[in-house]
Design a protein around this ligand. Structure first.
Ligand SMILES: Nc1ncnc2c1ncn2[C@@H]1O[C@H](COP(=O)(O)OP(=O)(O)O)[C@@H](O)[C@H]1O
Ligand SMILES: N[C@@H](CC(=O)OP(=O)(O)O)C(=O)O
Length: 557
């Protein structure tokens, strides 16, 4: 009966989960294995929580936050909590919203994740006696101990983790090997320490806080180490735990971003770089909260990457679809998968600047007013690989596309943008793969080898995808303007692709000309009065305002 209820809750939470019930059943059995409430932190395998995914009757994931008093998720990235001063600032920011009862999600401090990865890589080849001397280990120790000291906390909060980290690096050095599983365990130290420091600091300020490791809280994932997917059972498990703890003893939850627990391995997993955004939106959906806030070091989602072009300006509103495309095509500001739970839960996401808290930021919702919108943002993904595949079969022979894509399927490589004709296909390889690993030359050679059995293949490297995220109804105008700019700059576009949702037009150019293209496109679309010219023309033609939903459907005229 309890299992049936749990499955019903999973099914209600998301109809898509129904198809996964077999796996969920096994997962629920795994979650119910004895092991106590508390996961053993030390060691690569975590004990499974007892009844992690149970829901009592009437204890729905939807609205559980409201019942427990939680109102928002506030996620702070590494840049927001990079020092003691920043932790003070973030605590002050949270306390400046006394009307809110937040669930707080934190990333690792500053560049700690990068440093942990570098330390792991160095450990593989440095030899066990030298593992303690790895420079990045010293940087991590110094940062965390200094932060503890400056916040007036007890060093025992992190000293056990720092000792264990050193032991782990020695182990890697002895084995001369860093598996993906060990890599995930290694990087988990960053979030485990930042959240403990911050929770202790809030408690010191007199604001009751409770630290949670996501892998202990109910974040259940696939076992795809370094790029795990969150499973449906996570939602009721997280809701139940946060809700229950709040009822027993109210305290602000401080949750590790980025981490989960593999459903088969019971080991620590990570959600891909930047995965704390996904942790935040998952909690938002699990608790049915009013809003999900992701606090960054920029004034919201910008018209392009400020590192590529400093004149980028904030985009005030986005749909979930626009934000997802933007993230998927390489805008580092959001994790590519993070919009999914927010969209499913219908919960607005607000991207804010923790260094400039009064800036309005970007609000991401299902629909938005598109009256004045033409181009929303320009995204650049460099160093991608493009394949030109021309069939050696006769014109009109069917099955060519199927054959090509079955080769990619067999080799486990995802394809991203595609343009086709009767006998040829141009495609780029999925940049989301690059979040977790580089496609190595060997793999590319193998793809070409397989494809050459049915086609003539050209492998083109050092290409960039420029993605124009914009208004569904204005694609001709966007294309006209973009091609004008590119022609004036002497750039030849090598591939064009417009997805079915039409919020994204992708152009492939050479890496060497890509930055200059983005700058020229940005100044043409956003800086030279183009928008007002179009607006005036629209007014003259009496165009009617439209709303566009996140799936691209047009509401209104
Ligand atoms: N379109 C964009 N809008 C805003 N920031 C962007 C964009 N593209 C890239 N970025 C980069 O993303 C960074 C913020 O994301 P991230 O580093 O994940 O923040 P955090 O660590 O605070 O979560 C910015 O500092 C900026 O350099
Ligand atoms: N610390 C992890 C997870 C994360 O989300 O970080 P950030 O919020 O700083 O992008 C990373 O660096 O990937």
């Amino acid at each position: 009966m309890a299992t049936a209820l749990r499955l019903a809750a999973v099914a209600r939470d998301s109809p898509a989960a129904v198809s996964k019930l077999g796996r969920e059943r096994a997962l629920l059995r795994a979650a119910a294995r004895p092991g106590g409430q508390c996961c053993a932190r030390r060691g690569l395998v975590l004990r499974c929580q007892s009844g992690a995914a149970t829901l009592k009757k009437g204890e729905a994931a939807d609205g559980a936050g409201a019942a427990a008093g939680f109102t928002v998720v506030m996620k702070f990235g590494g840049s927001s909590v990079s020092s003691a001063a920043r932790m003070r600032e973030v605590a002050d920011l949270i306390l400046s919203f006394p009307e809110e009862t937040p669930v707080v999600v934190l990333s690792a401090m500053g560049k700690t994740t990068n440093n942990l990865l570098l330390a792991g890589e160095k450990a593989v080849s440095c030899g066990a006696p030298k593992a303690s001397e790895i420079n990045e280990l010293a940087v991590i120790k110094e940062l965390h101990l200094r932060t503890i000291d400056e916040l007036g906390l007890d060093s025992s909060i992190v000293s056990g983790f720092l000792d264990e980290l050193e032991q782990l690096l020695k182990g890697v050095a002895m084995m001369k090997e860093l598996t993906l599983r060990t890599r995930d365990y290694l990087v988990s130290f960053g979030e485990c320490m930042s959240t403990r420091i911050f929770a202790a600091y809030l408690n010191k300020l007199g604001k009751k806080a409770r630290q949670y490791d996501a892998f202990d809280l109910g974040f259940i994932t696939t076992d795809d180490f370094t790029n795990a997917d969150i499973l449906e059972a996570t939602y009721p498990a997280v809701a139940k735990r946060l809700h229950g703890d709040w009822i027993d003893d109210p305290a602000i939850p401080i949750v590790t971003g980025f981490l989960g627990k593999g459903w088969k391995s019971c080991a620590v997993t990570t959600l891909g770089r930047g995965g704390s955004d996904l942790t935040a939106t998952t909690i938002g959906k699990a608790l049915g909260l009013r809003e999900i806030q992701v606090w960054k070091d920029v004034d919201g989602v910008l018209t392009c990457d400020p590192n590529i072009y400093a004149n980028a300006v904030p985009v005030p509103y986005l749909t979930f679809d626009e934000a997802a495309e933007l993230a998927y095509f390489g805008a580092q500001v959001l994790h590519p998968q993070s919009m999914r739970p927010a969209r499913e839960g219908g919960i607005p996401v607000r991207v804010k600047n923790s260094y400039n808290r009064h800036a309005p930021g970007t609000v991401i919702t299902k629909t938005r007013d598109m009256r004045k919108s033409i181009l929303t943002s320009i995204v650049l993904k460099s160093n991608i690989t493009m394949l030109d595949i021309v069939s050696t079969r006769m014109l009109g022979q069917y099955g060519f596309l199927a054959k090509v894509f079955s080769i990619f399927e067999d080799l486990g490589i995802s394809v991203d943008s595609v343009a086709t004709s009767e006998v040829s296909i141009s495609l780029t390889l999925d940049p989301s793969k690059l979040w977790s690993r580089e496609l190595i030359q060997q793999e590319l050679d193998h793809v070409v080898e397989e494809l050459e059995k049915i086609a003539v293949v050209h492998l083109l490297q050092h290409r960039s995808i420029i993605s124009l995220i914009g208004n569904v109804q204005r694609s001709s105008l966007i294309l006209e303007k973009a091609f004008n700019v590119l022609r004036r700059n002497g750039v030849n576009v090598q591939m064009i692709s417009q997805g079915a949702s039409k919020v994204n037009i992708s152009l492939v150019v050479n890496d060497s000309e890509a930055k200059q293209c983005v700058q020229a496109l940005h100044s043409a679309f956003f800086e030279n009065g183009f928008l007002s010219e179009v607006e005036e023309a629209d007014l003259a033609q009496n165009r009617v305002p439209v709303l566009v939903s996140s799936n691209g459907a047009i509401n209104g005229n």
